[in-house]
Design a protein around this ligand. Structure first.
Ligand code: GLC
Ligand code: CA
Length: 541
């Protein structure tokens, strides 16, 4: 077994985690101060969103120097100390690797822009205008065309994200070697691996409007593996919005020499209409069960799933698919139990372990995220109403997950002594780490217990998955079986009680987790209270 197969990863969005010097921005020293908390939770690795030098057009996902720490986050010494201090607590640091694009303020792009014969010109993707216009109609994820005209050279450059995020040209072998050198710089520091930002885009063929399934994508990943992390005992997880169970094996099959696993997003797109993430649609639980179960059962034994409900790009799951008011605690525990007992590596997004919620905004001036702001402007021009757009932002905007971590009920939730870069959620008086630690029944202890349970239970790590009650409209239930040992997981994801019938169990069967104080197995007929979940162990012993 690889170390990352029974590991749990915790994602830190550093701007919003802990500010140590009162400038309102989270920083590396702040993370170091909170390592004991993470050790207490029991996680094995931190995925650290970018802390590199960056003009912050996209909060650090626009990197201007891969081998320098942004001064607002600290120094390289702080970074080395973080790796060291984390290691003392058996926590590995997984760095965010953003190599589909750089910032337009990266030295390579500054040079590239200086003229068609510049040394680094070909590190990026340039095209002549066609009939005086963009080479084609490729769109940026952050609204508008993916092409921006450069007056100086009279050519367009490609950016699949903001115009301050020019795409690197992976066809250029020298560029690739420079990236590998940079990756080895980090690997030599003893990091635990890489989370690879939009990595399925690096094989793009813009002229054919192919973005995510380029013909050379897997060749590049294999080369990267051989030249860099393949030599180390690290984990790699690719962010791949295009992943399907079939191609996930190409990325992460054990014999492929590519990645440890990918983040798939099929479940994340279930509550939207096909045209865009902003076109809201209610989640159908049966669909959610179908999609997640398909991923559970269709990856072969050689590939591996990643498991997550939310990250810095999505709303918070308890607000999105649970109930963040009356049943906040119950529903947050349901999502914890469902995810952590599946097969794969679970990822916790900061604050999820205490049931942090979305934060609603009333006006666009409260919004910080470039994606939401650009969408709002563009759609207003298209004639949409402000209320409708703000409603979409409140449901799907990325700021929901980016509000400061809620540590206590003091000023700014204990996140900062200064003015936070983004407003703290006003519910921090009730929802915070201090409160969670003091309450043995809190969501925090459910996460802690689940992390421990995974470590002690091979069935959780390796057991076969089988969906139960596939068509039930309220309850998500499944079983995991390993060497004759079976557990059953059931969660009622609705506000009404639900009745179900579960398989026959042995006399030794007992209730392991319960968010309603359920103690024993009485029969095969169960009536679940609103957002009730439980786990039965020793099902057939
Ligand atoms: C990924 C990141 C997101 C970023 C984008 C461009 O999707 O998770 O935050 O904006 O890539 O780098
Ligand atoms: Ca700071």
């Amino acid at each position: 077994m690889k170390w990352w197969q029974n590991a749990v990863v915790y994602q830190i969005y550093p701007r919003s985690f802990q500010d140590s010097n009162g400038d309102g921005l989270g920083d590396i020293r702040g993370i170091i101060q909170r390592l004991d908390y993470l050790e207490e939770l029991g996680i094995d690795a931190i995925w650290l969103s970018p802390v590199y030098q960056s003009p912050n057009d996209d909060n650090g996902y626009d990197i201007s120097d891969y081998q320098a720490i942004h001064p607002e986050f600290g120094t390289m010494d702080d970074m080395d100390e973080l790796i060291e201090e984390a290691k003392k607590r058996s926590i590995r640091i997984v760095m965010d690797l953003v190599v589909n694009h750089t910032s337009d303020e990266h030295e390579w792009f500054k040079d590239a822009k200086s003229g068609v014969n510049a040394k680094y010109r070909d590190y990026y993707i340039w095209r002549d205008p066609i009939d005086g216009e963009e080479p084609n109609d490729l769109k940026s994820t952050f609204s508008g065309s993916a092409w921006t005209f450069d007056e100086n050279s009279q050519q367009y450059y490609l950016h699949l994200f903001s115009k301050k995020q020019p795409d690197l040209n992976w066809e250029n072998p020298k560029m690739r070697q420079d990236i590998y050198k940079m990756m080895n710089f980090w690997l030599e520091k003893g990091i635990g691996g890489f989370r690879m930002d939009v990595i399925d885009l690096i094989g793009k063929v813009p002229d054919e409007k192919i973005t995510d399934k380029g013909p050379r994508l897997h060749e590049f990943l294999q080369e990267m593996n051989h030249e860099t992390f393949g030599q180390y005992d690290v984990m790699t997880v690719g962010e791949t919005w295009s992943a399907t169970p079939e191609n996930a094996e190409l990325f992460s099959g054990a014999d492929r020499d590519e990645l440890s696993m990918v983040f798939q997003f099929e479940h994340i797109t279930l509550d939207q209409e096909p045209e865009s993430k902003w076109a809201l649609k209610a989640l159908d639980l049966v669909e959610l069960k179908t999609v997640l179960s398909k991923w559970q059962t269709s990856l072969s034994d050689s590939a591996w799933n990643s498991l997550f409900w939310n990250n810095h790009d999505t709303p918070r799951v308890v607000s999105r698919w649970g109930n963040d008011q009356e049943y906040r605690v119950e529903s947050a525990k349901c999502f914890a139990v469902l995810l952590h007992l599946m097969k794969g590596t679970p990822y916790i997004y900061q604050g999820e372990e205490i049931g942090m919620t979305n934060r609603l905004v009333k006006d666009i001036s409260e919004v910080k995220d470039i994606e939401s702001i650009n969408m709002y402007k563009e759609e207003l021009e298209n004639g949409k109403h402000s209320e409708e757009l703000l409603n979409a932002i409140n449901h799907k905007g990325r700021d929901n997950a980016r509000t400061p971590m809620q540590w206590n009920d003091e000023m700014n939730a204990g996140f900062s002594k200064g003015t936070p870069w983004i407003a703290v959620n006003s519910n921090h008086n009730e929802i915070n780490v201090e409160q969670a630690i003091a309450d043995q029944e809190s969501i925090f202890y459910t996460y802690k217990e689940l992390i421990q349970y995974r470590k002690e239970n091979e069935a959780v790590v390796l057991g076969a998955y089988n969906l139960l009650l596939p068509n039930h409209q309220q309850v998500f239930a499944y079983e995991r079986t390993h060497k004759g040992n079976k557990i059953i997981v059931a969660a009622n994801l609705s506000e009404e009680s639900a009745s179900i019938e579960l398989p026959e169990t042995s006399e030794k069967a007992s209730v392991r987790f319960s968010n309603y104080d359920r103690k024993q197995v009485d029969s095969t007929e169960w009536i679940l209270k609103p957002y009730e979940c439980f786990v039965i162990e020793n099902v057939n012993q």
